[in-house]
Design a protein around this ligand. Structure first.
Ligand code: EPZ
Length: 430
């Protein structure tokens, strides 16, 4: 089992550079197979989820050439099946983007029902509603979704819930549908806009991404492109929170500050210093943060993917804070682990009431999912003594070189594989 061992207490200080957005990358990689011409993608984060998506593309016959660690060339001309193998798909939820991409290009797709982080019931009814409106016929057989259409025709679609996945998936299918599609009540997340921009660079005609309504004029075919993915809003937010929690001073570079406004606003409310530059944010932590209230909401609201990291900061803030999770019902699973580090948190339904303490104590904890895992690492960096975080495979789904980036800011953290590694770390660090 791979684990992180860390010794808390060092304020994080220095510069960290943020990689490409994982959740944009997953949509963009799926979009890349929709043309027979080569597509080059840059600023691709080298994390487990994107690598699984690349494997899935190879699994259906697509060509994936690594240009360097963060760039790939994808050729969709050689795809020889529209059936995506269970083994790869089971491991990431966003493989459902291959449904929209294959349906758009070949009018047919069969994809195993998605897995992913265990953060609550995650239906895909809105994705299917969109495909049906475009003329697809869906059915679920043996744990897989099959969608077929004689012809895809544009339509007017109103989403019942704001869904990032459904917005991107319907957009993927609709760009190659005949006529005009209007999707209302769509997600406005930066990665939705990035996937739309990428598709437009392939010749699609999408307008309105980033607003509540997306309008698509179908085109006959898409062409090759070279596209550079936007910075990862959540990786950036995680380092901002790590700076605050460790009372550090970190320049978070290669970000789009506008995408981080909800997070910056909360840190300012809590008394931290946040200084905005063109493509960087400096976060300076304070000896004691103030309590506040946070409710997760679709963009531009406070992101659910930052809720656990924020709760860690609030657990060390003065007074009582309230965190309301309104997107996923199962996103407080880290609370038991954090309580073992001394946090005082009570969860009632989708609300967590947090009474701030002065310091966490180190403990042996497990990462229950990707963002909660990152949050426990941040807590460990602010804790007295040693903390071991198990199940860090979750963290590696979405954070590239998390330990190395934290080390470069002065954190005492290392990836180990067994008890000997833990003991060696303790001997070295003292
Ligand atoms: C995306 O998941 C992200 N994943 C998640 O990031 C993120 O937490 C989430 O958006 C919210 O921002 C990717 O982009 C790959 P949704 P997604 O569809 O698309 C309900 C991370 O940590 N819903 O926006 O699956 C759903 O249950 C991950 O990087 C339906 O009811 O989320 C939820 O309550 C984890 N029917 C809400 O909508 C549907 O058909 C929002 O989900 C679809 C969703």
């Amino acid at each position: 089992m791979i684990q992180y061992i860390m010794k808390g207490g060092n304020p994080l200080v220095g510069d960290v550079s943020i990689g490409g957005a994982k959740n944009a990358a997953l949509g963009i990689l799926a979009a890349a197979i929709m043309t027979d011409e080569p597509v080059t993608i840059g600023n691709l984060p080298n994390v487990r989820d994107t690598n699984v998506m690349l494997d899935a593309i190879k699994g259906i016959g697509g060509i994936v050439e690594r240009i360097n660690e963060h760039s790939v060339r994808i050729i969709g001309r050689t795809i020889n099946t529209v059936s995506v193998q269970y083994e790869s798909i089971r491991r990431i939820r966003a493989s459902y983007y291959l449904l929209g991409a294959l349906l758009g290009k070949y009018k047919e797709a069969l994809v195993a029902l998605p897995g992913g982080c265990n953060i609550g019931t995650r239906p895909i009814d809105q994705h299917l509603k969109g495909f049906t409106a475009l003329g697809g016929v869906n059915h679920i057989e043996k744990g897989a979704v099959a969608v077929r259409a004689n012809k895809l025709r544009g339509n007017h679609i109103f989403l019942d819930v704001i869904s990032v996945g459904a917005t991107i998936n319907i957009m993927l299918a609709a760009v190659l549908a005949e006529g005009r599609t209007i999707i209302e009540n769509v997600a406005k997340e930066p990665h939705v806009v990035d996937v739309a921009n990428m598709l437009n660079s392939m010749g699609a005609n999408i307008k309105g991404a980033g607003t509540d309504v997306i309008r698509i004029n179908g085109v006959e075919r898409l062409h090759g492109t070279e596209y550079f993915i936007i910075p990862d809003q959540i990786e950036a937010g995680t380092f901002m929170m790590a700076a605050a929690v460790t009372k550090g001073d970190v320049m978070v570079r290669n970000v789009i500050p506008k995408h981080l406004e909800a997070i910056s606003a909360k840190l300012l409310e809590m008394g931290c210093e946040v200084v905005e530059f063109d493509d960087a944010l400096r976060v300076v932590g304070k000896p004691r943060m103030r309590h506040t209230q946070v409710k997760t909401l679709p963009y531009p609201g406070f992101p659910t993917d930052m809720q656990p990291q924020m709760a860690v900061a609030l657990a060390l803030a003065e007074g009582t804070s309230i965190v309301t999770e309104s997107i996923f019902e199962n996103r407080f699973k880290y609370v038991d682990e954090l309580s073992r580090m001394g946090a005082s948190i009570k969860v009632e339904g989708n609300v967590a009431v947090i009474d701030g303490i002065r310091c966490f104590n180190g403990a042996h904890v497990s990462a229950p999912d990707l963002r909660a895992g990152a949050a426990l690492v941040i807590a460990g960096l602010a804790a007295d003594d040693y903390t071991v975080v198990d199940d860090i495979e979750y963290i590696q789904r979405g954070y590239e070189n998390f330990d190395l980036k934290l080390q470069s800011l002065g954190a005492m953290i290392e990836q180990v594989t067994d008890e000997r590694g833990v003991q060696k770390f303790k001997l070295r660090v003292g």
